[in-house]
Design a protein around this ligand. Structure first.
Ligand SMILES: C[S@@+](CC[C@H](N)C(=O)[O-])C[C@H]1O[C@@H](n2cnc3c(N)ncnc32)[C@H](O)[C@@H]1O
Length: 244
């Protein structure tokens, strides 16, 4: 499959911190640490997939003995300030031979995989890189989130001398959530970026995980430890590796 499912975040990296300024990454990091605590490991070796600008590494990197932050976009990775190992790679093709006992991804990044085959490739790669015992946890955005919040993401703004506008809409038939950005630099140069995310059902994730050698230990309503519900906006998956 040659489809390049991930945008390079070339221009968006310029304003990513500004767009995400209302996100409480500290709380998000604490939730992840609670999940990791379930492992009761003496030593944690963490692999972050689609780490973006490393917002979470600010709160997490000193909690793990090893921390590797990865992303498909080199422009996003360049924004990471923490002293972590940084590797530019696609999460569906991981360049690691060593194993990690805590692999994670946040903020809808998995929704960027537009085809079920890509999801299967991700789970196969994680299975290969995950230790036993080990946890792979990730959140996904669900349809109630797209239906409820798309309109709030239609916005315009300014960050320093950069102007931007975002148009967000959900195609319910295609199950694709679009976020289109226009970014105008001080000298008038314009950049356009289209972000597409597939809004899978929980059952579609379960089908993709089935046969991967991983199993779902829990699927929570994200940011809680309650089971996911039909109206959940975001789900948090906790996966482990089958021992044989
Ligand atoms: C919404 S951002 C989230 C970034 C970060 N996890 C956070 O919470 O701020 C999505 C990220 O996923 C990355 N991404 C999308 N598809 C990817 C892929 N196939 N492999 C690796 N990274 C990918 C993008 O480059 C982007 O940095």
């Amino acid at each position: 499959m040659n489809d390049k499912t991930a945008p390079q975040y070339s221009a968006l990296a310029l304003i990513y911190g500004h767009l995400m300024r209302s996100i409480d990454y500290k709380d998000w990091a604490e939730y992840l640490l609670e999940i990791a605590a379930g492992l009761e490991a003496d030593e944690y070796r963490a692999l972050e997939l689609a780490a973006g600008a490393g917002e979470l590494s600010r709160f997490l990197s000193n909690k793990f003995s090893d921390y590797v932050a990865t992303d498909y976009s080199v422009n996003m990775l360049k924004l990471i300030r923490e002293p972590v190992k940084i590797v530019c790679c696609d999460m569906t093709s991981l360049p690691f031979k060593n194993k990690f006992n805590f692999i994670f991804s946040t903020f809808d990044s998995i929704n960027y995989l537009l085809h079920k085959e890509k999801l299967k490739m991700l789970f196969a790669e994680v299975k290969r890189c995950l230790d036993v015992p080990g946890i792979f946890t990730f959140d996904v955005s669900l349809e109630p989130n797209s239906i409820k919040h798309a309109k709030y993401l239609n916005r315009k703004g300014k960050f320093g001398k950069i102007k931007y506008s975002q148009k967000s809409y959900y195609d319910k038939k295609e199950k694709i959530h679009y976020n289109n950005f226009e970014i105008i630099m001080e000298d008038g140069t314009k950049y356009y970026e289209e972000h597409r995310q597939r809004i899978y059902t929980i059952e579609e994730y379960l089908e993709a995980i089935d046969g991967s050698g991983l199993y779902v230990e829990n699927c929570f309503d994200a940011f809680t430890f309650d089971d996911v519900k039909p109206d959940s906006e975001r789900a948090q998956f906790i996966l482990k590796k089958k021992s044989c």
